[in-house]
Design a protein around this ligand. Structure first.
Ligand SMILES: Nc1ncnc2c1ncn2[C@@H]1O[C@H](COP(=O)(O)OP(=O)(O)OP(=O)(O)O)[C@@H](O)[C@H]1O
Ligand SMILES: [Mg+2]
Length: 402
């Protein structure tokens, strides 16, 4: 099995997927911009060094001519900005896998919602808007509160909750630089993920995680330590409609093989509403969390799914796994961390990863990266205990910078 894999070293978790491919017996033909890190070299069969990974035309030409006579059977990418070009290369080389049209349904939020809605599934009431007047008219039709967000957004950037016409006037100048926005009904409630590894569009692995608090709130307030917890018990009654929605979405978008990462809302009345979906894994260490949930290796099982249409996971879900992202107080370099030693001593058996910045290191931009100034991953069999420990990390561990 000869597999082309785009961007083998960045983002860093790509290195684990390369390892996974090699472990299931694939010859990895990697394509990337920089030099190959030591860690991935043993798993790579051949490497095409390209000048610009994001010059689509140039990348296609180089990859397609390099692929000649190599008997390539798969072309894979797991980094969102490369999903589309991977599909175009597949098409040009006549290689099986998801077509550009299918991938588009996972990339373009508006096409995505139309396809999901057409399947009879609940999506937020929304309008595409290019001018301030269009936004005002949309908000009028929908009724406040509304969400204004970019059609092609990521990381909650330029996303606003607007509660009144007055407030809208303040928001309009802030989104003027965005080419096209979606003005939509604000769906109030809890926010979850639905993650899968699929074979022929059927989930062979499933996961649900809850965001605490909702991403927009966590991404707008620096003092918050955002928490995401995978739910051990997928049979929990409050998740059933969400899982059903997830299955419907996979079908509506004609999913093929590989990872999906969906976001959905659960309202107080018990209604489930679709948020968005990608045909790639969730970022910010969600795959590590899923691995810790059952002590499995999804980097390898993803590879098995795309190469051999098989997934071998027999282990049950044993833990709720929380990740807690920390943001330091102050600007500049970290100089003190309080509460960490005590927490680690008391709860060492629950802590899987401690990856906080160390004194002397420069703070990261919390607006740019959810990982912020580092994170802790912990787990427990009991949901309430997991949530309690995550809250303790939020409140009892503090980083200070100056
Ligand atoms: N219609 C809506 N109703 C309520 N909240 C919403 C709505 N749309 C977006 N949000 C909030 O804004 C956040 C970001 O929106 P969305 O997930 O659509 O965009 P994104 O920027 O691609 O997100 P990500 O952070 O996953 O990259 C959501 O997680 C949710 O908290
Ligand atoms: Mg999102």
């Amino acid at each position: 099995m000869n597999v082309i894999f785009l961007s083998p070293s960045y983002p860093f978790e790509m290195q684990d997927y390369v390892r996974g491919l090699a472990e299931v017996g694939a010859n990895v033909y990697a394509v990337g911009e920089g030099p190959l890190p030591e860690k991935v070299r043993p798993f790579i069969h051949d490497y095409l060094h390209v000048p610009q990974l994001f010059n689509e035309k140039d990348l296609m030409q180089r990859v397609c001519s390099w692929a000649q006579n190599k008997n390539i059977q798969r072309v894979e990418a797991l980094w969102e900005p490369l999903m589309m070009v991977a599909a175009h290369i597949r098409k040009k080389l006549r290689i099986p896998g998801m077509s550009p049209d299918v991938v588009l349904g996972f990339r373009d939020k508006s096409i995505m919602k139309k396809r999901v809605e057409k399947a009879g599934l609940r999506v937020p009431y929304a309008f595409r808007c290019k001018t301030s007047t269009e936004i005002e008219e949309a908000a009028e039709k929908i009724g406040f509160p509304v969400i204004v967000k970019p059609i092609a957004g990521a990381g909650s950037a330029d996303t606003y909750r607007v509660d009144s016409a007055q407030q809208l006037q303040k928001i309009l100048p802030l989104v003027r630089h965005v080419q096209e926005v979606s003005c939509e009904e604000f769906v109030d409630g809890r926010e979850f993920t639905y993650d899968t590894v699929c074979v022929n569009g059927k989930p062979r692995y499933e996961n649900v995680a809850e965001y605490l608090p909702r991403p927009l709130i966590a991404r707008s307030n620096e003092w918050i330590s955002p928490v995401i917890i995978t739910v051990k018990d997928l049979h929990a009654s409050h998740l059933q409609k969400g899982l059903k929605l997830g299955h419907g979405v996979l079908k509506a978008l004609n999913m093929g093989d590989g990872f999906t990462h969906m976001e959905w809302y659960l309202t107080k009345k018990g209604e489930v509403v679709f948020g968005e979906i990608g045909c790639r894994p969730g970022g910010a260490h969600l795959v590590d969390q899923m691995n810790f949930t059952s002590d499995i290796d999804l980097f390898r099982e993803w590879a098995r799914a795309v190469c051999w249409k098989d997934v071998r996971i027999e282990k049950p879900r044993q833990y709720n796994v929380a990740i807690i992202f920390k943001r330091a107080m102050g600007k500049g370099r970290i100089h003190t961390i309080t509460g960490l030693k005590k927490f680690l001593k008391q709860y060492h058996s629950a802590v899987m990863v401690e990856n906080l910045l160390k004194p002397g290191q420069l703070r990261r931009d919390w607006k740019q990266t959810l990982v912020s100034d580092g994170f802790i991953i912990l787990r427990h069999h009991n949901w309430d205990v997991t949530k309690h420990l995550a809250e303790k990390v939020s409140t009892d561990i503090q980083l200070f910078a100056r």
